[in-house]
Write a protein that binds this ligand. Sequence first.
Ligand code: 26Q
Length: 822
Amino acid sequence: MYNPRFEKDVFKRDVRNNVKTLFRKEVEEATPQQLFQAVSYAVKEAIIDDWLATQKQYEKDDPKTVYYMSMEFLLGRALGNNLINMTAYKEVKEALEEMGIDLNVIEDQEPDPALGNGGLGRLAACFLDSLATLGYASYGCGIRYRYGMFKQKIRDGYQVEAPDNWLKDGNPFELRRPEYAKEVRFGGNIRVEYDETGKTHFVQENYESVMAIPYDYPIVGYGNHIVNTLRIWDAEAIVDFQLDSFDRGDYHKAVEQENLAKNIVEVLYPNDNHIAGKELRLKQQYFFVSASIQAAITKFKKKHGDISKLPEKVTFQMNDTHPTVAVAELMRILLDEENLGWNEAWDITTKCCAYTNHTIMAEALEKWPIDLFSRLLPRIYQIIQEIDRRFVEQVRAQYPGNEEKVKKMAILMDGQVKMAHLAIVAGYSVNGVAKLHTEILKNQELKDFYQMMPEKFNNKTNGITQRRFLMHANPLLADWVTEKLGTKEWITDLSKMSGLKEWLDDEEALKEFMTIKFKNKERLAAYIKEHNGVEVDPRSIFDVQVKRLHEYKRQLLNILHVMYLYNQIKDHPEMSFYPKTYVFGAKASAGYIRAKEIIKLINSVADVINNDRSINGKLKVVFIEDYRVSNAELIFAAADISEQISTASKEASGTGNMKFMMNGAPTLGTMDGANVEIVDEVGIDNAFIFGLSADEVINYEQNGGYNPYDIYNNDPDIRRVVDQLVDGTYANGDKEMYRDLYNSLLNNQGGARADMYFILKDFRSYADAQARAMEAYKDTDKWAKMALKNTACCGKFSADRTIQEYVDDIWHLDHVVINEDE
Ligand code: 26Q
């Protein structure tokens, strides 16, 4: 056992004491929430020792540090994960059992810290886990939103949003660090001053400002005593720090600053792959970026005198363009506070900043109106003007007379600040998140930049942490894997999973593997019964699509196909059909009307089908309310089929696809994002691939799309389901409820092409893949083999592999070891 604190008796005493001091109760009287708090504080105490030791080691070794800058960290619950990474989960479970406490029940008391939307935020969380586990010094830098991702309720089939007050019972794991507060300034004007040496100074005046207060959150590495830090910033009014400003009659200013502070960190924008061009969003971005960069520089300077050495010790990774003001903020500090010249400052900045692109969706490319931007961040804007001026000069020098290039590549153009261009120009690395995605960036979206600076571009295929998504999510399978491999090495070296291939022809092993899947399906069925009131049969095929709702992800294709199957079963009750349960989970951005219509449609179809006794339960549809990290863990473990059906070229990578694969669910999907690499690993025969290729999609797009009526007119099955959107079948006779969805499939609307996402175009090929999957499932032995093959081939998709590649190719961090005896 690695931590003496988990000496059972000591731990039990700690928990008892905590219940007493926190709640003045005995364990037997405490509520589950109180027990969660008491247990968490006991765990935190153990973490703190390692946290201190880690920071001491860093102080001594002085390793290069990555600052992972992200507007989102979708952490999921901490308690179970921390216990796993401290290698104390089983001991603590036993200790609690002896006290009559069920750890699972306690874990369920923890609110999901949901400081992120979906893929991008969850990736950031997986990366922190891997950085700590691999022994690299890192800080996650983000915002401590008062309200995270909204809670989703389904009322009468519609999505209703409720606030996520995740901090209402306090947060046992965080640590407030007021001594590291930083001031962040907005607005006002810049006065130019010259000192006696003739040097220019830029002085911001008439600004508003807030105090950024860091909260540190421990990130526990697996079994190595390393504890890194996620630093998320809260905002407080400066007046809290200068109590006398009320006396000075600055009452209005005081109230204004209170409001500014409160608003900035109030809530996470619930948009996924879509830009909300709101001023408050830009404030959030600059707020956490400025505080984080200031803190990083302060820390660096405390140890090193010479700021020009910054790139040797510090690197800033920008998670998409959202923190891109970082490059201008770093320039500002180097120019205005460190008094460096432009060239020297630029040299440092371009060696410190790197950018990851997560999307090619046009509506997700971040641009800000210049008037808004320059008003809010006047000095930052001046600096960007100068960066742009010099860059455009360079473009003109390289492509003389080619003003088209300037128009396409400039940072400031058409009254907008183009954040991706800024990130590429100032970054030393630009990476995509899957092979296909990076190729599309190089050859289409960012072609001009790639031609001008090919050396910056590289791919880092995403990954996930097996600690959360296998060990914690699926303990039965995790134990089985350890037993079959005869080692636990896969926990920190997922390539070891390939050893499972030895069991592909072992009938007994396959049976055990499928029994585990069955138990996980029973566990999910119980959850569905409790939360949806729907009975689903764990013997049916669990076909699952869980992810944010977006048209390009094509949940609509999935549900139209369910409608088609239902028609088939009704028309041919005698046909051979393996019982299926279609599981959906998805949040729609609150303002995304069409996405919400799709949620309503899924729920309406579920209602009709689940209540039709004539089909003998052959088909069930379940929409899981409030899809989030904690219930995702149950869902991945229980899936038979993983739906990854985005329009090819649109999903940069996807990471849910990897979580399903790891848990033994073959992919039913398009050749998009990381699906391509999943197929490379597992073999085309162990996936169900369909649909247009990325090249074909891009080709259609460049030629104005295709005509969906060609399909609608010629395929009666498709016509029937499309017509069912407007004949009242799924709307109690209301013919208008789904008219917009119907029109989106068939008719051009303003700028939007008919069936932009090629749903009807891919329908037949999708239905065919679905049929192939059902046929395959009927052959139990063959299916078991296919499922196990997926688990056995998931090694590449560990975030540990991804992070090692970032370290080797981009960050060049030093490896740190904590000496256990110190
Ligand atoms: C931007 C401005 C204003 C408000 C919101 C936003 C915003 C927020 C979140 C824009 C985009 C996002 C999220 C994007 C995202 O999650 N992208 C996904 O990233 C994953 C990790 O790389 C990939 O696997 C997915 O393919 C990609 O869609």
